[in-house]
Design a protein around this ligand. Structure first.
Ligand code: NAD
Length: 358
């Protein structure tokens, strides 16, 4: 199947978000976010999420055009309730408030509670870094069965609980570092993409229902049998647990032990820091650049073309996919068209939009 143009995928996502009732601004935020995830190479968090969003909308677990409610506000700490609002807009608004606070106070902590899926966490790191802020995000995933086994376990106890850190660089330049990752060895969506393409997942990323290693994603994706492994043995497993505790438990959001509606909820604790307050003057940004250059200058290991910093693979993918289009497999596209049809949209019109013929 030929690659699809970013503008076509954006039009497709916009049409579906409008059909579930999002106002134009919200639909545009969702569409931009999903297509950006595809462009950066994270198909697991791109337009392939639309069938899930339509399903949870039809369950009453995704609420369009929700306003954030302030639960607590002590200046440096702001707690916001999203009430299953459309995650990409809820998180973008929450981070914007955190940036504003950090600009006046030097640092701010924003707890976003009970949002519908907020997508690629790197988007919020980029949002903060573009405003000159450092970003740390601890996120949990709740409201569905656990799918990640903590270190030493033969069964799942957690979601894929992502962590993200972003450091700004010069104005107008991309972040100096954008570390954005699931705390499972691979994101669940990557197992879904592999299943849709009929491919195995890499060794060490999955266990079957007996706790034995497997590379077949189908039982996990189709029936939640078995579990993804937490990355980095006991150390990554510790970070995954921290995301649950700091991202959701302490601020009072929905955790993996709460009753679930088989939808998807994210809670995010975002820490924003104005690096100007470190009073390092020009030395701070210069030292960041020097360290980045030092890392990049390492002799590449056999089979590696060059050493990259976190965030660079995504920028390379973005450039390539803007030029060449986004590869979407037939099954994923069919599922998206089916989801659109369930909202009363015409399949043929959606397919034409996706091809950029809108
Ligand atoms: P990944 O493994 O592809 O990348 C993780 C990090 O490693 C990135 O920062 C990337 O830049 C860096 N990286 C990758 N290859 C590199 C290389 N060769 N050299 C240097 N750095 C490199 O990402 P992932 O863990 O599969 O996560 C995918 C996406 O899923 C993320 O955007 C994450 O936010 C998202 N996610 C969201 C949720 C949710 O519930 N909202 C849950 C889990 C994951």
């Amino acid at each position: 199947m030929p690659n699809l143009p970013a503008a076509g995928l954006r039009a497709l996502a916009f049409a579906i978000a409008r059909a579930w009732g999002s106002a134009e601004e919200e639909a545009a935020i969702v569409a931009d976010h999903l297509v950006e995830a595809n462009l950066t190479g994270h198909d697991s968090h791109g337009v392939g999420m639309l069938p899930t969003y339509v399903r949870v909308f039809r369950q009453g677990c995704l609420v369009p055009n929700r306003e954030l409610e302030v639960v607590a506000d002590s200046g440096a700490v702001l707690v916001l309730e999203a009430g299953r609002g459309v995650g990409q807009r809820m998180a973008k608004l929450a981070v914007a408030r955190g940036i504003e606070r950090a600009r006046s106070l030097g640092a701010a902590v924003v707890a976003l509670r009970n949002s519908c899926h907020i997508g690629r966490i790197g988007a919020y790191g980029e949002q903060a870094a573009a405003q000159g802020m450092v970003f740390l995000g601890f996120v949990n995933v709740a409201d569905h069965d656990p799918i990640v086994a903590p270190f030493g376990a033969a069964e799942a106890r957690l979601g894929t609980n992502p962590f993200c850190a972003a450091l700004p660089s010069r104005p107008g330049a991309p972040p100096a570092l954008l570390l954005d990752m699931a705390t499972s060895t691979i994101a669940f969506g990557k197992a879904r993409v592999a299943r849709n393409k009929g491919l195995p997942v890499p060794e060490g990323t999955l266990i079957d229902r007996e706790g034995r290693p497997t590379t077949d994603p189908a039982p996990m994706v189709d029936r939640f049998e078995g579990a993804l492994t937490a990355f980095g043995l006991h150390k990554g497993s510790g970070l995954a647990i921290l995301c649950e505790l700091l991202g959701a438990a302490l601020p009072g959001g929905q955790t993996i032990t709460d009753p679930m509606r088989h939808a998807v909820v994210n809670n995010m604790l975002a820490i924003l820091i104005d690096p100007g307050r470190f009073a390092a003057g020009a030395r701070g940004p210069a030292a960041v650049e020097a360290v980045a250059g030092w890392i990049r200058s390492a002799r590449p290991a056999p089979g590696v073309d060059r050493v990259r910093l976190p965030g660079e693979p995504e920028r390379e993918s973005r450039e390539r996919r803007l030029a060449e289009g986004v590869p979407i497999d037939e099954r994923s596209l069919a599922e998206i068209l089916e989801a659109g049809a369930a909202l009363g949209l015409e399949r043929d019109r959606l397919a034409a939009l996706a091809r950029g013929e809108g």
